[in-house]
Design a protein. Structure first.
Lengths: 268, 194
């Protein structure tokens, strides 16, 4: 197999993270139910692009998952149903229907992916590394304050704009700086949970075992930009401090499912 | 035919768990005989009806029960309901077996699903009637996931349309949209609302 970058004999693997598996199973159910609101929602559609690409290439065994991912996905569906149970006037019959059909659809999706065993010793090793990495990033994110953002924006303004435009330009630059560091803002607001750490540690352990067999590019499809995938602003500015760090530390390329689907289409 | 079933139903509803287990054993041995003889014995429908009624009683009880937390009651309702649905599908497969020329496929498919049905039932016989611990809750849901998966691959899972007949489609869609909306956690970042 050949990748877009022209590397010959580089094997490509895609590990699907919980958010993508949930989005795809939800999309399938919405389609069967003819729920126009959800079908038209891009959030769910994006995951489908990747799922259909992986289905076409099922014999190449590109799509993978781990036991932790499957358990975590099922738990997320069940927990969401339990939260709905607490709402007044909810009908258990409807919730049972939703849970079962999302779970069934998840099962069908997992059937086109390969369940990969994870070396527990290496997983534990990487888990420590993952905690350290997020801890360093969290420290870095505390530096990204409103004050430091404004200060950086003012510095940029002073270089790029004439003095009479400094007021307007400074506002624009502040917005841009905020967008550039968006992922770190998210990390402060929404720190990764134990399961996020575990999933990344397993992905790192998988990369290591793949790479020991043959040159491999490992993508992790995720719709979670607080901890994995890049955050893209409407202006096109990409904030990927966490994503880049993950790739640098663990050789795992986190990205949005539709972007990975796009890469797969280019594979020979 | 119904009065006979109802007679059995009342009798079964009062039975203890071991009696239901022996009902499963009888069904299992009938299935084995039918598969061996390649002949469908429709008497099995009466036995399945009795089980369906028993499961239905349990399902109804747990649907609105306040004797345990909402979460435990739902897990139990969910499990009993699935037992009923899948056993009902078995029943309808037997009813249509001759017409569809599905002999001995029907009995083979039923034999394939019986161990999972029994697993779920055995688990329920241990936890029914009390608050579920976290592990019991997980085991109950996992059992149903496994059961529905085996049922799907054996043609014993009711279709979505079959299940929709039991609920208000519009209400399900409304509830589903609220549920799905809860998972759109990171869309804002992708869309770029600053």
């Amino acid at each position: 197999m050949q990748t877009d970058s022209g590397l010959v004999n580089v094997r490509v693997k895609v590990i699907l993270e919980t958010s993508v598996l949930i989005a795809s199973s939800t999309y399938f159910v919405s389609k069967e139910l003819k729920s126009s609101k959800t079908i038209k929602d891009e959030h769910f559609e994006r995951s489908m692009e990747l799922i259909s690409e992986l289905r076409k290439r099922v014999r190449q065994r590109i799509g993978v998952y781990t036991r932790t991912i499957a358990i975590e996905t099922r738990n997320a569906l069940r927990e969401a149903i339990k939260r709905h149970l607490e709402r007044e006037g909810c009908n258990p019959q409807n919730l049972k229907f939703i849970l079962d059909h999302c779970d069934d659809r998840l099962g069908r999706t997992l059937e086109i992916l390969s369940l990969e065993p994870v070396d527990q010793e290496r997983r534990t090793h990487f888990l420590t590394e993952v905690y350290k990495m997020y801890s360093r990033l969290s420290e870095r994110s505390t530096v990204v304050t409103e004050q430091s953002t404004r200060s950086l924006a003012e510095q940029k303004t002073a270089i790029t704009a004439p003095p009479k435009l400094w007021g307007v330009q400074s506002e624009i630059q502040t917005k841009q700086v905020r967008q550039e560091y968006r992922q770190l803002y998210y990390l402060t607001d929404n720190p990764p949970g134990p399961r996020d750490h575990e999933i990344l540690a397993e992905a790192a352990a998988l990369y290591e075992s793949y790479a020991a067999e043959a040159p491999t590019e490992l993508y992790m499809a995720s719709a979670d930009c607080s901890h994995f995938s890049p955050a893209t602003a409407y202006t096109g500015i990409v904030s990927d401090q966490i994503t880049k760090q993950i790739e640098e530390s663990f050789h795992v390329k986190c990205d949005w499912p539709e972007s990975i689907a796009h890469c797969l289409r280019k594979l020979k | 035919m119904r009065p006979v079933v109802w007679g059995l139903r009342t009798e079964l509803a009062d039975r203890a768990f071991p009696d239901i287990l022996s009902e499963f054993a009888t069904i299992g041995s009938s299935l084995a005989t039918m598969t061996e003889q390649k002949k469908i014995d429709l008497k099995i429908i009466t036995r399945l009806d009795a089980l369906i009624s028993f499961f239905e009683e349990k399902e109804k009880y747990w649907k609105d029960s306040k004797s345990v937390s909402a979460s435990s009651a739902f897990a139990l309702y969910h499990a009993w309901c699935n037992l009923r649905l899948i056993t009902s599908k078995m029943r309808s497969r037997f009813q249509e077996a001759e017409k569809r020329h599905e002999n001995p496929k029907t009995t083979v498919d039923c034999l394939r699903i019986l161990p999972s049905l029994l697993d779920v039932y055995t688990n329920l016989s241990e936890v029914d009637g009390r608050e579920l611990s976290k592990d019991e809750d997980t085991a109950t849901y996992d059992g149903i996931t496994q059961l529905r998966n085996v049922a799907y691959h054996s043609g014993m899972l009711p279709s979505m349309n079959d299940e929709l007949r039991e609920v208000d489609r519009k209400a399900v869609i409304e509830e589903f949209e609220k549920f799905a909306n809860g998972f759109r956690f990171s869309q804002c970042a992708r869309e770029g609302n600053s």
